[in-house]
Design a binder for this molecule. Structure first.
Ligand SMILES: Cc1cc2nc3c(=O)[nH]c(=O)nc-3n(C[C@H](O)[C@H](O)[C@H](O)COP(=O)(O)OP(=O)(O)OC[C@H]3O[C@@H](n4cnc5c(N)ncnc54)[C@H](O)[C@@H]3O)c2cc1C
Length: 392
């Protein structure tokens, strides 16, 4: 196992660091630190322009192969990219669903025509996507999806309701898991459709979250239409494609977040030093445990990378989502305890206190989206430990 970065990796670090410094000191300076969790509405148009600037410079889709418009970085180099991005406090990405989920799915399962049509606008930061999986009765039990798609000539007609659809208000397209054969067993009657959002049959209703913002939405499809060729994979073979997308969601896209976590922990530690919270022995222990947990996370990521370069997730990789989500939720709780009465002091929050408040509120979701902690434990039990399968 080799946990060091190569000279080539470090050259990528220098290049991205320089580009970010130059661009975040100029026109885009007001976007620094904006648009993270709980802050999604902030400066959206500016962040769209930022996405296009990243695209023009070849800094979107850095892990995609070059033939699909990506930069072809190795996993270690992608981690470096995300680290530098967090270190520079560059703005929250608006194109994350297209880049991290749909793009890799099309590269793995899409037709040539689909790749030619949909990948370039993602690389250029021009088309935004959302993920239409969850429904009121289909979350962890995703195969329960009830949204129907029916063929009508050269088109599919989609009817049903999705929920918790992140960024749907801004999305141009949605990848929708639909039931196309109601007679088939649950997993076998689903298809993965690409549906344009800006049409009369699509109604997006924002859900106000505990953060006061609306990162996610209800999406109602009422006779929405899409081209017959917009099925990814086989008709009724959508389950396999949907699972492919989920693997991307739990994989490389979370590699660099430890630097962002480090920024948060440093801020909390500094406040604890200033307001005296660090004098409390239990708080000191919790700060030290958080610091150690972050190091463990980083070394586990490095060992996962060194074990797998290019391969499917290893056993080490399977604990990643469970570990970071739990750690991050506990960090939000620690932030509130360190702030003490300031945590609930309403309007008088200073900017950084508001950010930590958002951290606390948004991290409640970390152990739910992308597969809840319980579901992650089932995956570890079955796939890493080889325990008997959960009873259906
Ligand atoms: C911030 C956020 C953003 C999201 N964005 C999107 C999005 O863009 N697109 C989208 O499609 N979805 C999105 N989701 C939805 C997310 O994928 C679901 O919330 C998640 O899959 C859980 O489903 P559920 O909410 O229906 O809970 P349920 O599945 O009803 O689970 C309820 C509880 O039961 C537990 N449970 C369920 N099944 C089992 C089991 N087999 N074994 C043990 N325990 C179990 C769960 O762990 C949980 O504690 C988002 C969610 C959040 C919080």
């Amino acid at each position: 196992m080799d946990l060091r970065f190569t000279a080539e990796d470090e050259a990528v670090r220098a290049e991205i660091r320089q580009w970010l410094t130059e661009h975040l000191d100029g026109e885009f300076a007001p976007l620094r630190g904006r648009g993270g969790p709980g802050d999604e509405h902030e400066a959206f148009e500016g962040r769209r322009a930022w996405e296009r600037a990243l695209g023009a410079a070849g800094w979107t889709c850095v892990g995609w192969p070059k033939e699909h418009g990506g930069r072809g970085l190795t996993l270690a180099q992608q981690m470096i990219f995300y680290e530098e991005y967090a270190r520079a406090r560059a703005p929250g990405r608006v194109g994350i669903v297209g880049e991290g989920l749909l793009g890799p799915t099309l590269i793995a399962f899409g037709t040539d025509a689909q790749q030619r049509r949909f990948l370039p606008p993602i690389v250029r930061g021009e088309e935004l996507w959302c993920q239409g999986y969850s429904e009121p009765n289909a979350g962890s039990d995703l195969a329960n999806v009830a949204t129907r798609a029916v063929r009508d000539g050269d088109e599919w007609v989609v009817t049903g309701q999705k929920v918790w659809t992140s960024l749907a208000t801004w999305a141009d397209w949605c990848f929708v898991l639909c039931r196309t054969d109601p007679e088939a067993p649950k997993h076998r009657g689903l298809s993965y459709l690409l549906v344009p959002m800006r049409q009369p049959g699509v109604d997006v209703r924002p859900i106000v979250q505990v953060t006061g913002t609306s990162e996610f939405n209800e999406v109602f499809f009422d006779g929405a239409r899409t081209d017959a060729a917009s099925v990814v994979g086989d008709v009724n073979g959508g389950w396999k494609v949907a699972m492919g997308t989920l693997a991307f969601e739990r994989g490389a896209s979370t590699l660099g977040q430890q630097l962002a976590f480090d920024n948060e922990l440093r801020q909390i530690t500094e406040i604890a030093r200033q307001n005296g919270a660090a004098n409390d022995p239990v708080t000191r222990q919790r700060l030290a445990r958080a610091w150690s947990g972050l190091r463990i996370m980083r070394f586990n990521t490095l060992r996962t990378l060194s074990a797998m370069e290019g391969d499917a997730l290893s056993r080490e990789g399977m604990i990643t989502k469970l570990y970071w989500a739990t750690w991050h939720r506990e960090l939000g709780e620690l932030a509130m305890d360190v702030l003490g009465p300031d945590a609930i002091a309403g309007e008088v929050w200073a900017d950084d206190v508001g950010a930590l408040q958002r951290l606390f509120l948004f991290t409640r979701a970390d152990t739910i989206y992308g597969g809840s902690n319980q579901v992650q434990r089932n995956i570890i039990g079955e796939r890493a430990l080889g325990l008997p399968r959960e009873p259906a």
